[in-house]
Design a protein around this ligand. Sequence first.
Ligand code: FEO
Length: 401
Amino acid sequence: MYCVRKVTDDIYWVGGNDRRLMCFEGVYDVPRGVSYNSYLLLDEKTVLFDTVDKAVAEVFFENVEHVLAGRTLDYVVVHHMEPDHSATLCELVRRYPDVKIVCNSKMVTMIKQYFTFDIDSHAVVVDEGGTFSSGKHSFTFINAPMVHWPEVMFTYDAAAKILFSADAFGMFGALDGALFADEVDFERDHLDEARRYYTNIVGKYGLQVTNALKKAAAFDIQMVCPLHGYVWRKNIGWFIDKYMKWASYEPEEKGVVIAYSSVYGHTANAADTLACLLGEQGVKTVVYDVSVTAESYIISDIFKYSHVVFAATTYNMGVFIKMENLLHDLVEHGIQNRSTALIENGTWAPQSGRLMKELLSSCKGFRFLNEKFTLKSSMKEEQMGDLRALADTIAQTVKNE
Ligand code: FEO
């Protein structure tokens, strides 16, 4: 059965929700599912904005057929060729053989790579600043390379003052009936998943995100329609401000993430002791065991907070593998501008402090608050003074930065 919602008088959400997906992109767990958004405009011409992942193909095609109500589909605008938005494009062409595909030249290449249908006979190739009219609505296309692939573009609809923003302003989490962000308590219930989506999916491309948002700012935007998650029609500036912070690698809040790896609990004990010392000073602190919590959640919180402490065992003369993976992933996501401290552990030859510092050496704007704090197997009473001094240094910089 079709499952649609009205976005405006003549634009409909015709996407779908997937709550069975184990791993988005094969990497990120999505315990609350994910939505694949597609929008259908009924103007003098009918225009579909993007298709969906194959997982929700059945309901998507029912939605499109229902909203078209016997009309044909004249155009589909492609904003992003990643298959979570384009996997059903070939089937769309099979069902609507006269449809024109509005896309840029990079997308034509990718369509040929993914599919075998004759794209050249369907393509209407547009470029930066190009325009197109469907009747009452006229559109301007804005290239947004690397948000999150090189071919990505946004579309601005001047009649509805809508920005179709591709992956930008998306989030993890299915749409549970609500379509607009103002229909839910977004900050309380969804901001964390929006941050986890942004930081892990496009976190590496902060500069490109900033550039795309600056270009989009030239338009009078009253609504944002992303490819995942809620449509924004109120408080858009609040969410854009979050994006600008994430894209510029500035923390949202003062606080400390302590991420530890611990084989027998002794490094965990030091991490918890440090957390207590920080808590006594009123410093907001969150503690993660990297063997238990998926990297994407920890990376998201490292983007959120101003400080991060890494505490790791030495393992096979290297950094414990779960911590090593986290640090590689973090570096790959381009994290910058954090104050950090290191705790290492090793029973006979502690190495993890030096190695963690080397792994983080390419992060711009990282400020190391200590050389390292070394445990030989377990925390001892005589080390409490040094750990307290480290907590004092962290707390002071949290308060003063
Ligand atoms: Fe939602 Fe980059 O795809």
